[in-house]
Ligand binder design. Structure first.
Ligand SMILES: C[S@@+](CC[C@H](N)C(=O)[O-])C[C@H]1O[C@@H](n2cnc3c(N)ncnc32)[C@H](O)[C@@H]1O
Length: 368
């Protein structure tokens, strides 16, 4: 159930559902505006007043861009991961205070506004029945995500076939790790495989194309389940791959268990960050602690991990080895790759000292 927000505008009592991220509380004070400078807007927002933009849509976008530029240019540079993230979260909370009102059925009444109904349906799964106050920052994210969802990401490891990824599901757009899964030597006589935390379903699809006859892919995010199912059907692999909405493992055992867990041990600060951040590496640890019960004799675990958490000082370099050993597993082989995406080469990002050194590995593990 969405929280209802009340405000007064032109001496009228108004109300709408709150459409912001569920981890951010709905704003208490709302002021409708049609014109304001970025500086004045920031001042009001810093006093916890949310601004409901009633002006021209494109001017609203320009205002948001000017607010972001101003706030970021004045911010201190933190090379410490936690301080950097805290600052990012504070900025994101501030940027969420510029709102637009969406009328029922996804209608935006600001002048020159585009038709956003399809983008909202793609995110929420159905048209909104009540008026909705939505941060413009989020709306722009939804529109961008909808375009990406339609376009899809071409996957070389799937012979260029596309994976379509909606808002809120991990996208394999930086896909070096996919090549590792496409080319690593499979365990002998591999008949069954699991893809734990399947996201878009991309790893399950690669395993299916490698000829494994029975694959189960799980995820605990309902958006990922819908997305993976759609991709698997689109690729015509639904006879080989079964998608299950569950936390971690299905029933039984498998010859190969693949997992690409969230890489950073930190608290997600928004609903869409749960694929990237996992407090205290909880998913990874639980995965490793229980894996032996699910592996058939001579079976293998393929764990995909980047070492970025080590470069950021969030995980001691020996920790992963220790967890693997404590799980009763041994390392059969480790294949490394370096990220080729632009962010990995950026020199001026506060965390570039870690990003520039990041290595992603496929750990092939067997029973000790
Ligand atoms: C880094 S993404 C990997 C997605 C996909 N396998 C890939 O490689 O592109 C991690 C995925 O694990 C899922 N996940 C996190 N905790 C989980 C759990 N306890 N059980 C199942 N899936 C989980 C997330 O929803 C997310 O889809």
């Amino acid at each position: 159930m969405n929280e209802t927000i009340h405000w007064t505008e032109n001496a009228q009592n108004m109300q709408a559902d709150w459409g912001g991220d569920s981890r951010h509380p709905a704003p208490k004070h709302i002021q409708a505006i049609t014109q304001i400078s970025a500086e004045q807007a920031i001042q009001l927002m810093r006093q916890h007043t949310a601004l409901l933009w009633r002006g021209d849509y494109h001017q609203g976008k320009q205002l948001l861009a000017a607010i972001k530029k101003r706030v970021r240019s004045k911010a201190r540079i933190h090379t410490d991961f936690h301080k950097h993230r805290l600052q990012q979260a504070q900025h994101s909370r501030l940027f969420q205070l510029l709102l637009v009102e969406i009328q029922p059925q996804g209608i935006l009444n600001n002048s020159r506004a585009p038709d956003i109904a399809a983008a909202l349906n793609d995110v929420f799964g159905k048209p909104n029945q009540n008026a909705l106050l939505l941060p413009l920052h989020l709306l722009l994210g939804y529109i961008g995500a909808y375009e990406w969802h339609k376009t899809g990401v071409s996957i070389p490891a799937l012979q260029g076939q596309k994976i379509h990824v909606p808002y809120g599901v991990f996208s394999p757009v930086r896909g070096e790790y996919l090549e590792l899964v496409a080319h690593a030597a499979l365990p002998s006589a591999c008949q069954t495989a699991w893809d734990i935390g399947t996201g878009s379903g991309v790893l399950a699809a690669i395993l299916a194309q490698r000829g494994i006859p029975e694959i189960i892919a799980t995820d605990n995010n309902p958006r990922a389940i819908v997305c993976a199912q759609a991709n698997i059907e689109r690729l015509g692999l639904n006879k080989q791959i079964h998608i299950q909405h569950t936390s971690l493992f299905p029933e039984g055992k498998a010859d190969l268990i693949v997992c690409n867990p969230p890489w950073l041990p930190a608290k997600p600060s928004s609903d869409i960050e749960t694929a990237l951040y996992d407090p205290n590496h909880q998913m990874l640890k639980t995965f490793l602690e229980n894996i032996r019960n699910h592996l058939s004799a001579n079976g293998q675990v393929w764990l995909i991990m980047s070492d970025i958490a080590e470069h950021l000082g969030l995980r001691p370099s020996e920790a992963l080895h220790q967890w693997i050993e404590a799980a009763g597993l041994k390392i059969i082989h480790k294949i490394d790759t370096q990220p080729t995406h632009q962010k990995a080469r950026e020199q001026h990002h506060p965390l570039s000292y870690a990003r520039n050194r990041e290595i992603t590995s496929l750990w092939q593990l067997g029973i000790q």
